[in-house]
Every structure is written in structure tokens, then in C-alpha cells.
Design a protein around this ligand. Structure first.
Ligand SMILES: C[S@@+](CC[C@H](N)C(=O)[O-])C[C@H]1O[C@@H](n2cnc3c(N)ncnc32)[C@H](O)[C@@H]1O
Length: 234
């Protein structure tokens, strides 16, 4: 039977790390073969090992740590089952589907630009097929849209979530625009759960005025360190 598959985040970075690790390994072997000084052999082998470990850690983060973390965080949202939820930059749907599993009469919408640089094999069809395989396709809706211009009216969602997506928007002004769009489509009293590797502290600072409670939890197990920003709109 077909299984859902969620791809690898930042596939080019992972590929480059593994290729350069192999090159450094080759240089270690050549240095050894040509009787180069021990410090040079150790230098190349240390580089090779550290690049290889970082590449593996990135794969582990996407494939193992991410599903576990998202399951825990969605559980902590204590959904009633009738919420309207929006996933910003949903990609192949891991967070979207995790939320959809916990609702009955509500709906989970996802928007994305389907960048394959940000996630391998990224496409709307892949997200829809994953939702079908997870048997939540009747509760989800996805569309192509930029988070700087979210195609939903003001106060349409009870919950807005986003994982590893906002940092992909180039420039501070663009990210500010995305945050302001998130606040616009969120109902007063609605919750947000935003995970990101860069700029999360800045998001917390910017959202402080418009939100009631805000917490910023670092996840050091993730490569690179991920920060979880949670709050409620005033
Ligand atoms: C690393 S992937 C994460 C996908 C998904 N949230 C997950 O956890 O599997 C980042 C996603 O952000 C999307 N993205 C990047 N810029 C975007 C933008 N301006 N508007 C909407 N989505 C965007 C990419 O296409 C990609 O699917």
C-alpha cells in the first residue's frame, strides 16, 4: 500500500553537505596515500566527518524529529474539532494533515508556492495525495498563494500554524507583511503556532503588541535550532 511521503527540507543544502563531505574524505585518503603530515590528514577527516554528521542531522530532523514535534505541538493546541485552521507554507502537508487528523467538523486550509528548493518534490498534488492516503482529504483545502497576500478575508481562522516557512520570504519587509497577514486572517482570541529556524525572536517582538500570551521555546534537537512561537491574538 502507498504511504504518505513528506520529502526532505532544504534538499540542496543536504546534497551539498554530503558531496563536500565525500570530497573531504577523498582528500583524507589522498593525503594518507601521498604521505602528507598527520595534521593535514586529521584536518580533512574532521571536516569530512562534521559535514557528514550535519547532513545526517538535517535528514534526521526532517524525517524523525519533525513528525514527533509537530504531533506534540498540535496535541497541545487542544483542538475542539470544529476549528477553521490555516497552515502557511504547508508544503507536502505534514502539519496540515496532523491538524486535520484532530478535527471532525472543522477545516484545515493550506497555502504554498510549492518551492522545490525549500522541500524536495514539493507540489499541490503531492499534498492532496498525502491527505488522501491519511484519509483526511475531506477536511482539507489547499491553494497556491503567497503568504504576503493571504487569499482569505479578515478574521477567517480560529488557528494559524506555520512550520519552517516564514524565513523563506526574502527581506524583513516581506516577513513583516507575512506576519501582518497572519494577524489579519486570525480571529480575535484565535491561536497561532509559528515554528522557524531564523528570525523567530524578531517575530515575537513584532507580534507582542497584537497578542496576549506569547512563548518562545527553543528546540535544540533540531538542526538548525528551531524556535516555537505560540500566542493568542488580542
Ligand atoms: C521547509 S518547507 C516546510 C513545509 C511544511 N511547512 C513542512 O513543515 O513540511 C517551506 C515551505 O514554505 C513555502 N514558501 C516559501 N515561500 C513562501 C511564500 N512566500 N508563500 C507561501 N509559501 C512559501 C515553500 O514552498 C515550502 O513549501
Amino acid at each position: 500500500m502507498n504511504k504518505p511521503s513528506y520529502g526532505i527540507d532544504a534538499p540542496n543544502v543536504v546534497f551539498n553537505l554530503l558531496v563536500f563531505s565525500f570530497v573531504a574524505l577523498l582528500l583524507t585518503g589522498l593525503s594518507f596515500y601521498f604521505d602528507k603530515p598527520v595534521w593535514l590528514i586529521l584536518y580533512f577527516s574532521a571536516i569530512s566527518l562534521s559535514l557528514f554528521c550535519t547532513g545526517c542531522w538535517l535528514i534526521y530532523s526532517t524525517k524523525v524529529a519533525k513528525p514527533r514535534l509537530l504531533a506534540r505541538l498540535v496535541e497541545e493546541l487542544h483542538l475542539q474539532g470544529d476549528e477553521k485552521i490555516l497552515d502557511i507554507g504547508c508544503g507536502r502537508g505534514m502539519l496540515l494533515i496532523e491538524a486535520a487528523k484532530r478535527i471532525q467538523t472543522g477545516k484545515v486550509c493550506g497555502i504554498d508556492l510549492w518551492s522545490r528548493k525549500d522541500q524536495s518534490g514539493n507540489s499541490m498534488d503531492k499534498t492532496l495525495s498525502n491527505a488522501q492516503l491519511e484519509k483526511v482529504d475531506d477536511r482539507i483545502e489547499v491553494q497556491t498563494a503567497d503568504m504576503r497576500s493571504i487569499p482569505y478575508p479578515d478574521s477567517s481562522f480560529d488557528v494559524v500554524v506555520s512550520n519552517l516557512a516564514i524565513h523563506n520570504v526574502p527581506g524583513e519587509a516581506g516577513r513583516l507583511q507575512a506576519l501582518s497577514e497572519i494577524m489579519r486572517v486570525l480571529k480575535p482570541g484565535g491561536s497561532f503556532l509559528l515554528l522557524d529556524i531564523h528570525y523567530a525572536k524578531q517575530y515575537a517582538q513584532i507580534l507582542k503588541e497584537k497578542t496576549q500570551t506569547i512563548s518562545l521555546e527553543p528546540i535544540y534537537k533540531y538542526c538548525p535550532t528551531l524556535r516555537v512561537l505560540k500566542g493568542t491574538k488580542k
